[in-house]
Write a protein that binds this ligand. Structure first.
Ligand SMILES: [Zn+2]
Length: 179
C-alpha cells in the first residue's frame, strides 16, 4: 500500500523507484472533487531521475468508480486504466518555458514543477483518474450488453421482462400451445 505520493528528488536512487501497489485513496483528497465514489486505486510504474534537477514518471494508474448508468438506474463499477507519463522540472525553468504539454519523444507528457525539492504524483494521478470518468456511463451488463433497453425501462418503472407486448421472449411464451 502506498501511503505517500510526494518524494524528495534527492531520495530517488539511480535505478529509479518502482511502484506496483495499491494507493491509499485518502491521499487523493477526493472530498474536494465532485466525483463518483472511487476505490481500489492502483499505481504501477517507475520514477527515475533524468538529470540532476529533473525526473520522469512513466506508468499507469487504475481505479474503480461506482457510477450510475446514464440511461437508467443501474449502479456499476467502472474500471479506469490510464497510461501516463509526467516530467518533473525545476520550478525556475517552468517560469520561462511554456509549462504546458511538451512533446518529448514518443508521446505527450504532462509537465509538473518540482516544489521545494519534492516530486508530487498526486495531481498527475488525480488528473488521469478524472479523465477516465465518462460523461455518459453505460452499464456493461445491460445497456452495453444483451439488453440495451433494460436500464431505461427500469427507470421508467416499466415492466422488465413481464410485459408480453414489449418483450419478445414473453411473446413467444404467450403463443405457446396456441397452434
Ligand atoms: Zn444501463
Amino acid at each position: 500500500m502506498i501511503y505517500g505520493l510526494t518524494f524528495p528528488l534527492e531520495s530517488i536512487p539511480e535505478e529509479g523507484v518502482k511502484f506496483d501497489e495499491e494507493v491509499d485513496t485518502g491521499l487523493l483528497g477526493l472530498s474536494a472533487q465532485n466525483w463518483p465514489p472511487l476505490s481500489r486505486v492502483y499505481l504501477a510504474g517507475t520514477l527515475e531521475r533524468t538529470g540532476e534537477h529533473e525526473a520522469l514518471f512513466r506508468g499507469r494508474v487504475l481505479g474503480s468508480f461506482s457510477v450510475e448508468c446514464s440511461l437508467g438506474s443501474a449502479q456499476f463499477d467502472l474500471v479506469v486504466d490510464e497510461e501516463f507519463a509526467v516530467y518533473f522540472q525545476p520550478s525556475l525553468i517552468g517560469q520561462t518555458e511554456s509549462g504546458g504539454g511538451v512533446e518529448l519523444g514518443e508521446r505527450e507528457l504532462e509537465v509538473c514543477q518540482i516544489e521545494n525539492g519534492r516530486i508530487d504524483l498526486l495531481n498527475p494521478i488525480r488528473d488521469q483518474l478524472g479523465l477516465g470518468i465518462p460523461i455518459q456511463p453505460k452499464c456493461p451488463e445491460k445497456c452495453l450488453g444483451d439488453d440495451p433497453d433494460l436500464c431505461y425501462r427500469l427507470d421508467r418503472g416499466m415492466g422488465v421482462g413481464m410485459d408480453s407486448k414489449r418483450d419478445l421472449r414473453w411473446a413467444v411464451l404467450g403463443n405457446w400451445g396456441k397452434d
